[in-house]
Ligand binder design. Structure first.
Ligand SMILES: [Zn+2]
Length: 375
C-alpha cells in the first residue's frame, strides 16, 4: 500500500527559506485506531528515523486490507534540532534561542482542566466510547485556542508554534509512540505510564521505566496525562474505566548513532505492538514477547551520578553492568592549580542497580552527568 504524503509548513527562517514537517499516512481498508509515531524530537537522537524508514518500507509491502485504522509517521520531526551542529556534534536537545528542552514544551490539557470533576460526574452512566469522544472534543476545543494566538499580530514564541504543529496532528491519536535515544550512550528501554504494563510487554524490551514522576510538558506526558486524570477522577467516583489510549517513549541506544541492534529492536517492537493492538493484521510476524521477561521499574528509582569534582573520568564501569551498593563506578583524576600533585577520586555506587546510561564525554566539569543507574 502507498501512503498519503502531506507536507506541513513549520517555520520561515531569516534567510527566507522554510522548514517543513512531512507526514506519511498509511490508511487501512478497515476503520480502527489512529497510531502516531514520530522520531528525532531531540536533535542528536536519530535512531528512530531508521525505524520509521524501515517501517515505511515494510508498510509498502502490505495491503491496505492488512491494516485496520491509520498509521501516521513523522520522521525528523524537529528540523531545528536535527540540523544543529557544534563541530561534528549534534547538540539539538534545547531550543537555544529560548533555552528550552525541545521535549518540555507541549501543551497539557490537564493543567487547565479545572472542572474535571463536573465533567466526570456528567459522564458517569455513559458508554466509555462516548466518554472518550466527548472528552476528546473538549481537549480539541481548548487546544484550538492556541491557533488564535498563533494567528494574532503578536504571534507566539517558536517553541509554542512548533509544539502546536506536532500536537495538532497527534492529539486525537489512540496510540502515540515517540522515538528517542540517549543523548549519551545507553541501553534500549521504554518509558510507559500507569496501568499500561500489559501493552508495554508487546515491545519486547528488556526493561521499562514507569513515569511515576513527571518532568512536565514532555510530548508523551502532555498526550496521556489528561486521560490518566480522567481515569483517576472516575475511580474516585466509583467507576473503573481504562481508556484504550496509550503513549510510549522508546529509547533506542545512543545519540548520534543508529546502532543496528537498537534499530532492529525498535522496529520489531513497534511492529509487534501494532499487531497485538489489532492495527496490523498480518499473521507472519514472529512474536517472542509472550515469553519475553521484562523488568519494570519507575522513574523515581533512577539515580543520576554527577561529577563530584572536575577532571577526567577513567576506569568507568561498562554500560549494562549490574552493580551492588559500594561497588566502584568510576574514577576522576584532577589536576589542581594549587602546587600539588594530581589526585584520583574513586566514586562508588550508593545503591544496587543497572548502569543504563553513560556520558560520551570523559572530561567533566564538576556537576556534569557521568552515568545513570536504575534499580
Ligand atoms: Zn530524547
Amino acid at each position: 500500500m502507498l501512503p498519503v504524503i502531506e507536507t506541513i509548513p513549520l517555520r520561515q527562517m531569516a534567510s527566507g527559506d522554510r522548514l517543513y514537517l512531512q507526514l506519511y499516512k498509511f490508511i487501512g481498508a478497515q476503520p480502527g485506531k489512529k497510531v502516531y509515531i514520530q522520531s528525532n524530537l531531540h536533535g542528536a537522537e536519530i535512531a528512530g528515523n531508521a525505524v520509521i524508514h524501515q517501517l515505511i518500507e515494510f508498510l509498502l509491502t502490505i495491503n491496505d486490507t492488512d491494516l485496520a485504522g491509520e498509521i501516521w509517521l513523522v520522521p525528523v520531526c524537529n528540523p531545528m534540532g536535527t540540523n544543529e551542529r557544534a563541530h561534528h556534534f549534534s547538540p539539538g536537545r534545547y531550543c537555544l534561542y529560548e533555552a528550552k528542552n525541545w521535549n518540555r514544551i507541549f501543551w497539557d490539557y490537564e493543567k487547565e482542566a479545572d472542572n474535571l470533576i463536573v465533567f466526570t460526574k456528567s459522564q458517569l452512566n455513559i458508554d466509555p466510547k462516548v466518554v472518550r469522544q466527548n472528552y476528546l472534543t473538549i481537549i480539541q476545543q481548548q487546544f484550538a485556542k492556541i491557533l488564535g494566538k498563533i494567528n494574532s499580530p503578536s504571534g507566539v514564541p517558536y517553541t509554542e508554534l512548533f509544539g502546536y504543529k506536532l500536537q495538532n496532528i497527534s492529539l486525537d491519536a489512540d496510540y502515540l509512540i515517540d522515538l528517542h535515544t540517549s543523548t549519551n550512550q545507553a541501553l534500549d528501554y521504554l518509558y510507559y505510564f500507569r496501568n499500561r504494563d500489559d501493552s508495554a510487554k508487546y515491545f519486547g524490551f528488556d526493561f521499562g521505566i514507569l513515569l511515576d514522576k513527571y518532568d512536565g510538558d514532555a510530548f508523551d506526558e502532555a498526550f496521556i496525562k489528561p486521560w490518566l486524570a480522567l481515569e483517576a477522577c472516575f475511580k474516585e467516583l466509583g467507576r473503573d474505566i481504562k481508556f484504550d489510549v496509550e503513549a510510549w517513549t522508546l529509547e533506542l541506544g545512543s545519540g548520534m548513532q543508529m546502532n543496528p541492534d537498537s534499530v532492529a529492536k525498535g522496529l520489531r517492537g513497534v511492529k509487534n505492538y501494532l499487531v497485538q493492538k489489532g492495527v496490523l493484521q498480518v499473521s507472519n510476524l514472529s512474536d517472542d514477547t509472550k515469553t519475553h521477561e521484562m523488568t519494570f521499574t519507575s522513574s523515581s528509582k533512577r539515580k543520576k551520578y554527577y561529577a563530584i569534582a572536575g577532571g577526567m573520568i577513567q576506569s568507568r564501569i561498562e554500560l549494562g553492568s549490574s552493580v551492588k551498593a559500594g561497588d566502584k563506578l568510576y574514577e576522576i583524576f584532577s589536576f589542581n592549580k594549587e602546587g600539588k600533585l594530581p589526585s584520583v577520586i574513586h566514586v562508588c555506587a550508593q545503591q544496587d542497580g543497572l548502569v543504563y546510561d553513560v556520558a560520551t564525554n570523559q572530561a567533566v566539569n564538576e556537576g556534569e552527568f557521568v552515568l545513570g543507574i536504575v534499580s
